[in-house]
Write a protein that binds this ligand. Sequence first.
Ligand code: SAM
Length: 164
Amino acid sequence: MVRRNEIRPGEVAVEMPPATDAGLVFIGTIRTPWTDRLLCPRQGRLDGPVCRIELRETWAGGLSGLEGYERVEVLYWLDRSRRDLLLQSPRSDGTVRGVFSLRSPVRPNPIGTSLAALVGIEGSTVLVRGLDCLDGTPLIDLKPDRCAFTPLAPPQPGDFETGT
Ligand code: SAM
């Protein structure tokens, strides 16, 4: 069931520790058709609507080479989520599970990830299908599809040995 910010029967909240500054910078904003969580998909679909990932101009040059990939991993900050629920009841039926066994947006650091289909790149804007976030969600990072990634060189003997 879609959550606004309520606590449901059986759920357990913790007192959030003070935030530390990890030096995170939002590199852009994601534009989607969804302004209400009730209408937002729980997970993106590759046949979903085209969404716009608008990078800040500073980072536009970092897109070079991305056009060669069919899929892009999108990392975003689920900024309208509460963060303190240790045990959660996704179905709101009294049964609970731990936050780290769920893909719920409610988590201590509300990072969302989606593997999206790359539709095109227009200047500093990346067009994709397959997102599930609200309009205006801040962008943390973009990465090429890890399955399609080719390492620069094959592993060499000794690469994985631990030093003393
Ligand atoms: N695909 C991501 C993942 O698995 O990490 C996110 C999955 S999460 C279940 C997606 C849900 O988060 C949406 O259905 C919506 O209810 C909620 N959501 C989307 N954008 C949000 C935002 N900016 N702030 C808070 N909640 C958001």
